[in-house]
Design a binder for this molecule. Sequence first.
Ligand code: Q9C
Ligand code: ZN
Length: 345
Amino acid sequence: MKVFFDPDQLQHAGQGELSRGRLIPCYENPERSRSILRALEQGKLDSEPPPPLDPGFLASVHSPDYLEFLASAHEDWLATGHEGDALPFAFRPPGDSRVPTAIAGRLAEYAFAVDSPITAHTWRAALASAACAVAGAKELRGSGSEAALALSRPPGHHASTRNYGGYCYLNNAALAAEQLLQDGCRRVAILDVDEHHGNGTQEIFYRRPDVLTVSLHADPEYAFPYFIGFAEECGEAEGHGFNRNVPLPRRSTWTGGYEAALVDALTQTVVPFEPDALVVALGLDAYAADPLAYLALETEDFRALGSTLASRCPFPTLFVLEGGYHVEDLGRNLMAVLDGWRAGR
Ligand code: Q9C
Ligand code: ZN
């Protein structure tokens, strides 16, 4: 299985985030990648850097004003007398329609959460992260590979057309899906198993029938991103019927609901869609010991998740890394999914 990773991704390292009323070191940090690289090495899997992205391709998912903002946000932040990481401290009051020009206002315009620092290296890392996902997509189509893995970091599934947050800036899985369509797929399914709802991915494809979006996640009734990810959101207009949300109760385990929900989503929604390729937005934060855990999967459950996907979804499959914040066990949990997947094929 080809694995894509670019060392530029290690350069995105925010100073801190707010958690439960305190400023703490960022959960989404470069050690996550290092944990995975160590596990790959032990499993004798090599990674390779992706070719650079065609910058115009980003516009297949994101709006030009948003891309321009991201590319210069940190420079603009420094140029106006700020220091450290660019972070929003205001949000649009309901009803106000003006688009701000000052950088502090533009951060408020484009951020939907305050958890995602923009550093001097964020743009370059986000580009490299997206490039991994796009290279993985090309690998499925170009080489006819059965599977590929994009070690995308920063993650992507919370980023929508023109908003960032939840540690995500560019929607890597959405860009991969667009690349798959461009390379001849008629239909692409995105299955999101990160424990948080993939709000960005849902929004991007909400009115389209060519990309099916299915997300299993902690119920937004109690979990981030709070406003979206409910079962009644089914898609709109032509996209009606092509979005499915499966919100799960707090601390759901594999045998206590997760497996049944996954099998149902695969057999009732993903497989009948007959996609030409499957993109798995692979978050590992449903791990019971994850510092952000709402759900309660164990390492062997990730193996079962991999084999369930492999046996029930006979489609070329691209794994795109999303969340997962238990740094020490992250690599092991990722390898469990891959081992399970190989065993299940
Ligand atoms: N300080 C992904 O897993 N913020 N994003 C938590 C706690 C939201 C997670 C705040 C978590 C977003 C890709
Ligand atoms: Zn997550």
